[in-house]
Each structure stands twice: as structure tokens, then as C-alpha cells.
Design a protein. Structure first.
Length: 129
């Protein structure tokens, strides 16, 4: 008898979005659809990638994917969970709870805030480093 594999819904908001450099890690995952956090976060520009922090006042745009345990482990490795980013359960705006990778606020001092809450929109207007 086959065991049912466990799936997890993950909110992505930066380099894992469709069309972005790390999206290949989500190959085979089921796209649930576009999503937005509740306005309780802050998105920061951390150079080559964004960093999501809790206890903010912005809604952040992204996508939700359903991933299996193997893919979740690969995402954890990419994000350096739990030492770099920390995978945490968050509430989305009208779409229940999902896992998301949050960045420790104390390591974001001096990093620009992405007021729009949208990494893609920010990349279009950001000045090159």
C-alpha cells in the first residue's frame, strides 16, 4: 500500500516566483495562484533577493505553490532554514495559512523597504547596484 505524500502550501515572493532565477526549484509543484499577505509585513531589498519580515504594515504580493516533502526540503536548503531565513506559518489575505520564509528583522537595518510589497515591480524601477 502506498503512503500518501504530505503536501505543504508555500508562499513565494522573490527569486522563487515564476520567471525568476530560482523558480526551477518549483518545477513540478502545483501553482495554487497569486496571493497577498495580510498588511502585517515589510519587504526589504537585500540586494539580489528580497527579505520578508514580520511586524510590518505592508501587504506583500507573491504566489502560492503546493509542494511535496522533497521539494520543501530543497526550498529549506536554498533559503538556509532555519539559520538564514526561518520558515514560518503566516496568514494570507483571505486565503488561509501557508508557509513562508521570513528574515530576522535585526539583520535588515539599513536595507531599503520595498513600499509596493512587490519584488517584480521593484526590480523594474530599482537603480542598479
Amino acid at each position: 500500500m502506498k503512503r500518501a505524500s504530505t503536501s505543504t502550501r508555500v508562499f513565494v515572493y522573490g527569486t522563487l516566483l515564476s520567471g525568476e532565477p530560482n523558480h526551477r526549484l518549483l518545477r513540478g509543484a502545483r501553482l495554487i495562484g497569486p496571493a497577498r499577505t495580510q498588511p502585517r509585513f515589510t519587504l526589504h531589498d537585500y540586494g539580489p533577493f528580497p527579505a520578508l519580515a514580520s511586524r510590518g504594515k505592508h501587504a506583500v504580493e507573491g504566489e502560492v505553490y503546493e509542494v511535496d516533502a522533497h521539494m520543501l526540503a530543497a526550498l529549506d536548503r536554498l533559503e538556509g532554514h532555519p539559520r538564514f531565513y526561518k520558515r514560518t506559518s503566516i496568514a494570507l489575505d483571505g486565503a488561509g495559512r501557508v508557509e513562508a520564509y521570513l528574515f530576522p528583522k535585526e539583520r535588515l537595518a539599513g536595507r531599503p523597504v520595498i513600499e509596493s510589497g512587490c519584488w517584480r515591480r521593484h526590480l523594474k524601477v530599482r537603480k542598479p547596484w
